[in-house]
Ligand binder design. Structure first.
Ligand code: ADP
Length: 497
């Protein structure tokens, strides 16, 4: 058992801050690392100590494992929390820390190796009878053989990069004629993005729901699951809205998926917090996709419905403590939804739209949690992820959570660049989202940029209206029109004036 007194967080933004808050509650000293672009970031200001890593690009800062380890040694750091992304699933980094006697808040390098590659993961769980999407469990070497298998499975099929992540390196093939060309594209995409061109084949599940199970295991052989998160609202195979629990699962399916997830964790001798991802079809058949060997972006919705601080538990497990709860202790309380607030333009294919955070006012009130890493006036650096905050709401029921999310979005003020807030409101108001009966194609099939553009022009009108009330000297015509057509509360005019 090793007590952690000082923790270095090898990450930035909201996750660095979120981890440090828990560390402080546990009486642990914190060390931030930062790039030149993040000098004045909240995570740097929050930490007890901070170390400059280098220029903004990740490969000259947040990915510099050696520099981070040197800083740990210099500052007598006991443990490193890698957050998500960057070095969080890097087995070489995990091993290098181990060699130096520094704890990693995460699993061993061996567990990462077993799950880090989609094909290796399939091989690892194969003996345990975990349901898997029909396909090839090895890399395609012979195109003719693969095409034959694809015909047996039935088109459409999905060609996937073994080293894939973040929704990259996937190609849907509709018919045998396209197979070869799509495969070439997949291989070159995989080589360019991951430096590993190995691809394999999976049946393309027609109406898939992305449902994942949070697991937690200690170093004494105990492993439990903390229920599911439905992450089916995705663009470019990347999540935008997540919720817990999923209202389409029956208690029996939830239990079966939970047990399968625990089995996956045991198959790779896992310890710490991990996520086992499944696809669920219309008939509630579930198939193992992969395991993420780290804390996920969307972990807060699980914390909200279980009351467990996952980072605290991660730290305790790393120290060598047994889990502080059993499976029977865990219960679902209420419903929680997370919206990723990204500096992206939903009306322009969700392309990044970075800039200066001119206005930034967070929503408040019962059941609202904002995990973020920026303050008003800051410029969002172009070098990293476009996610600037996570808006998490919790209610006693799913309906209450949805209404709370709509209210929170209305209270959230962000100006300076396009973002996903109004898109989130559109999702919350969509009848299909309400019903819970939606799959990963929801955005592609139902969202049209016009929905937000129309709204935006209404808002522009409303803003002009308000402007007229605020500056009557320049807008007398409008004010008169207002006075004529709609009674304006005197309280409001006085306040605004
Ligand atoms: P990544 O590691 O890049 O995130 P995943 O294997 O986790 O890749 O898949 C990401 C998303 O791609 C899933 O949530 C789902 O929307 C879609 N997907 C993956 N495999 C399949 C499949 N066999 N059939 C249909 N959709 C799939």
């Amino acid at each position: 058992m090793k007590q952690i007194r000082k923790l270095l967080v090898a990450n930035r933004g909201e996750i660095a801050l979120r981890v440090m808050r828990t560390a402080r509650e546990m009486g642990i000293q914190t060390v931030a690392v930062y790039s030149e672009a993040d000098r004045l970031s909240p995570h740097v200001l929050f930490a007890d100590e901070a170390v400059l890593l280098g220029p903004p690009p990740s490969n000259q800062s947040y990915l510099l494992a050696d520099k981070i380890i040197a800083a740990c040694k210099r500052l007598n750091v006991d443990a490193v929390h890698p957050g998500y992304g960057f070095l969080s699933e890097n087995a070489t980094f995990a091993r290098a820390l181990e060699k130096e006697g520094i704890l990693l808040i995460g699993p061993t390098g061996d567990s990462m190796d077993k799950m880090g590659n989609k094909l290796a993961a399939k091989q690892t769980v194969l003996p345990f009878g975990i349901p898997m999407v029909p396909g090839l469990e090895t890399a395609i070497t012979d195109i003719e053989f693969a095409k034959k298998r694809a015909l047996e499975i039935g088109f459409p099929v999905l060609i996937k990069a073994a080293a894939g992540g973040g929704g990259k390196g996937m190609r849907v093939v509709e018919n045998p004629e396209e197979f070869e060309s799509q495969m070439q594209l997949a291989v070159s995409e995989a080589t360019n993005s991951f430096g590993d061109g190995a691809v394999f084949l999976e049946k393309y599940i027609g109406s898939p729901r992305h449902i994942e199970i949070q697991v937690m295991a200690d170093k004494h052989g105990n492993a439990v699951h903390l229920f599911e998160r439905n992450c089916s609202i995705q663009r470019r195979h990347q999540k935008l809205v997540e919720e817990a629990p999923s209202n389409i699962l029956t208690p029996e399916v939830r239990e079966a998926m939970g047990q399968a997830a625990v089995m996956v964790a045991k198959a790779c001798n896992y310890h710490g917090a991990g996520t086992v991802e499944f696809l669920v079809d219309e008939d509630l058949n579930f198939y193992f996709l992969e395991m993420n060997t780290r804390l996920q972006v969307e972990h807060p919705v699980t914390e909200q419905i279980t009351g467990i601080d996952l980072v605290k538990e991660q730290i305790r497990v790393a120290e060598g403590h047994p889990l502080s709860f059993t499976q029977d202790d865990l219960k679902i309380h209420g419903h929680s939804i997370e919206l990723r607030v990204c500096a992206e333009d939903p009306t322009n294919n969700f392309l990044p739209d970075l800039g200066k955070l001119e206005t930034y006012i967070r929503p408040q009130g019962l059941g609202i949690r904002v995990d973020d890493g920026f303050e008003q006036g800051m410029t969002i650096p172009v070098n990293y992820d476009s996610m600037i905050a996570k808006l998490i709401v919790t209610g006693r029921t799913r309906e209450e959570a949805i209404q709370r999310m709509i209210r929170a979005i209305e209270d959230y003020r962000i100006t300076g660049f396009a973002n996903t807030l109004q898109f989130g409101k559109w999702v919350m108001q969509h009848p299909m989202f309400h019903s819970g009966d939606f799959d990963t194609k929801f955005i592609d099939q139902h969202f049209k940029p016009e929905y937000l553009e129309e709204k935006r022009s209404h808002e522009a009108e409303a803003a002009a209206f308000l402007g007229a009330l605020l500056h009557p000297e320049t807008n007398t015509a409008v004010v008169e029109q207002v006075a004529d057509s709609a009674p304006v509360s005197m309280w409001k005019t006085r306040r605004l004036g």
